[in-house]
Design a protein around this ligand. Structure first.
Ligand code: SF4
Length: 299
């Protein structure tokens, strides 16, 4: 197969995957929403969960996005250093968004800053956002696709704390975000917390925390304990589905962390909404692929 044909084929695969992510929630999110619905005791909250499931069913039946805000597309790619299309990757991912915007269809969400002009393609300067990590000695690529909606991006925040503030201040900071802006993001939320040295490292980790499968925990036991404690505490606020009160507020709390400077605690919070449109695909060197988040689905 020529390189050009391989580029076109991968663009087609990725555009179909982006479209799918807009219509069908990943398996772990669907399962968690079912769990929360089953354990919900507030009648209004139970009704809202039912309408969410109906919404999902109709999105598939009518082949339409499951939420009108299909967000700005973000890709988090773990790229094998021997992946054959590494040079063409940016072109492939950008064009896949242009195609998905026409075919899914996706709402036109990319507005050039300063020019204040909607490009109409969901592409623009640094849009889609692409984050690369290199994987040595691999000829595959694993890509998370995320639709960053307006409501779920709004609560995002980052700050550098004084070292004396300690882990207690991290808890206070996260809870303050939940009780002020959490409602903007259509609960139940997935909460991503990044902890490191500075705002940008904490911020990227807080977003990558949202790419983790629900139900997984940080490999550090102390961090995993903090995830559980935060989940418990935020649930007790009782935001409920769509913020109209209920037994739970969150689908989970995920913390990602890095070693930090002893004089700072960088902390960031990012949230995903109940319609957490993320998907993970592995593309092999011969363009065969596997969907890790949407089992049994054909593109
Ligand atoms: S927060 Fe999520 S569900 Fe609510 S409008 Fe935004 S994208 Fe849609």
């Amino acid at each position: 197969m020529s390189n050009r044909q391989a580029v076109l084929d991968m663009t087609d695969i990725m555009s179909k995957f982006v479209s799918l992510v807009g219509k069908k929630l990943p398996d772990d999110v669907t399962e968690k929403l079912k769990q929360l619905s089953d354990s919900e005791v507030v009648p209004m909250a139970k009704m809202i969960y039912e309408s969410m499931f109906l919404n999902q069913k109709m999105a598939l039946e009518f082949n339409r996005p499951s939420c009108q805000d299909t967000g700005v597309i973000q890709f988090f790619a773990r790229v094998g250093t021997k992946f054959p299309l590494i040079d063409d990757l940016e072109e492939i991912l950008r064009n896949s968004v242009v195609e998905a915007t026409k075919n899914a269809p996706l709402r036109h969400n990319a507005v050039e800053t300063f020019d204040e002009k909607n490009t109409g393609t969901n592409t623009g300067k640094k849009a889609p956002w692409i984050d690369y990590e290199l994987v040595p000695n691999s000829d595959k690529i694993e890509i998370d696709v995320y639709m960053a909606g307006g409501g779920c991006s709004l609560p995002g925040t980052a700050k550098v704390l004084m070292p004396s503030a300690g882990y207690e201040e991290i808890v206070r900071y996260v809870c303050e975000v939940m009780t002020t802006y959490g409602l903007n993001a259509c609960p139940p939320l997935l909460v991503g917390v990044g902890i490191g040295t500075s705002v940008e490292t904490a911020a990227i980790m807080s977003k990558k925390a949202l790419m983790r499968r629900i139900g997984t925990h940080n490999t550090n036991e102390l961090a995993a304990d903090l995830e559980r404690m935060l989940e418990d505490g935020i649930n007790r606020i009782g935001l409920g589905p769509q913020g109209l009160t209920g037994s739970a507020s969150v689908m989970g709390v995920h913390i990602e962390n890095a070693a930090r400077h002893p004089s700072t605690i960088g902390v960031a919070v990012n949230v995903g909404c109940w319609s957490h449109r993320r998907g993970t695909i592995v593309v092999n060197s011969d363009n065969t692929y596997e969907l890790l988040t949407h089992k049994g689905v054909e593109l």
